[in-house]
Design a protein around this ligand. Structure first.
Ligand code: HEM
Length: 135
């Protein structure tokens, strides 16, 4: 791992044994990844501003399959050349279609929120109002 990558991970607070924990968490996420993508694309389709970035079903299917692989790479915990190239490509592709960064982040945030809720629900850790809001 290059010095730059290490610095970036530190900025995200990914230090110590966090990468091992990420891999462990990834094993819980893998079985619900398709559900998370289903949730993500239901959201994307429901928002007219976001939906317009998908001109047809095949673009959406390609983006969905590619996004799944990208999440899997992230959860492998290997921030290697392959992961960095994938992240660079994700950035380039969304820049090329002129997707506003706020929209990209909203999608990322929703997918992350969905994943965290499902994992926490499974562990029985959700209490209060979040426990009642099933996703
Ligand atoms: C609401 C936000 C988003 C929209 C509207 C969007 C839209 C798109 C579109 C239109 C493509 C091009 C598909 C094609 O040309 O066939 C694409 C590709 C892709 N998107 Fe997104 N995207 C969003 C968020 C995300 C997020 C959050 C991730 C992952 C964390 C992601 C991962 C990818 C990947 C991996 C590709 C394929 C890049 C490649 O061609 O290699 N996208 N996206």
């Amino acid at each position: 791992m290059t010095r730059d990558t290490q610095d970036t991970l530190t900025k995200f607070g990914l230090t110590g044994d966090d990468r091992q924990r990420l891999v462990k968490a990834g094993k819980l996420v893998e079985p619900i990844l398709d559900d998370a993508l289903e949730f993500f694309y239901a959201f994307a389709k429901s928002d007219p501003e976001i939906a317009q970035f998908f001109p047809n079903e095949s673009t959406m299917a390609h983006a969905r399959a590619a996004q799944k692989v990208h999440w899997q790479k992230l959860m492998s915990g290997s921030f290697n050349e392959e992961y960095l190239a994938s992240a660079q490509r994700v950035g380039t592709v969304h820049f090329n279609i002129q997707l506003p960064f706020s929209m990209y982040l909203s999608g990322y945030g929703r997918a992350s929120e969905y994943i965290q809720k499902r994992v926490l629900e499974r562990s029985g850790a959700l209490v209060g109002k979040f426990a009642r809001r099933r996703v």
